[in-house]
Design a protein around this ligand. Structure first.
Ligand SMILES: [Ca+2]
Length: 179
């Protein structure tokens, strides 16, 4: 009986560590549900991670590796929903948190979400003094540096973050019947 219990505990520990390796640290923030104009129910779950360090592209690819996208906020309601969670869980975030927005400065100063190509149509809640396109190379979006606020900042896509990178991914589900 004792040996069976030991074996059971061993299996439990093994399966737990396997799961942790398979799903490295993403912290779930919140799920936001909305209905599109054509009636499709869109359930979007936001996660934050600081599991890899690097630049915007590496954060983008890391989300993709888990069938997610860098986070987008299609409405100000979405911004506000995540802002409330971010404030309550500011310990999960570093100074800068990368999100899935880009600007095509070759043609315009418009900002769009890479997850769906949609232009950001609301007034972006920029941090004070932003967007400043520092060095003429800030084509990607982040939030920060104030850890407990959802204020946007343009950053260089190649900016290397070392021990100071967090990023937000999103998983979208359009199979639900209702919110
Ligand atoms: Ca900036």
């Amino acid at each position: 009986m004792k040996s069976q219990l030991f074996l059971f505990l061993l299996l439990l520990i093994f399966s737990k560590s396997w799961a942790q390796n398979k799903y490295p640290p993403f912290s779930k923030l919140t799920t936001y549900c909305s209905t599109s104009d054509d009636g499709t129910v869109i359930s979007k779950t936001y996660y934050v991670s600081n599991y890899v360090q690097g630049n915007w592209l590496e954060a983008f690819l890391y989300c993709k590796a888990f069938d997610m996208d860098l986070a987008s906020f299609d409405t100000l309601d979405e911004v506000n929903a995540v802002a409330a969670i971010k404030k309550a869980q500011s310990n999960l975030f570093t100074s800068y948190t990368l999100i899935g927005g880009m600007s095509n400065k070759m043609n315009s100063n418009d900002w769009f979400w890479v997850s769906n190509g949609n232009k950001i149509s609301y007034t972006i809640p920029w941090n004070w003094g932003e967007p400043n396109n520092y060095g003429g190379k800030e084509w990607c979006l982040s939030i920060g540096p104030t850890a407990d606020a959802m204020k946007f900042n343009d950053i260089a896509c190649h900016k290397l973050f070392v021990d100071d990178l967090s990023f937000m991914c999103q998983q979208v589900d359009t199979t639900a019947d209702s919110c």
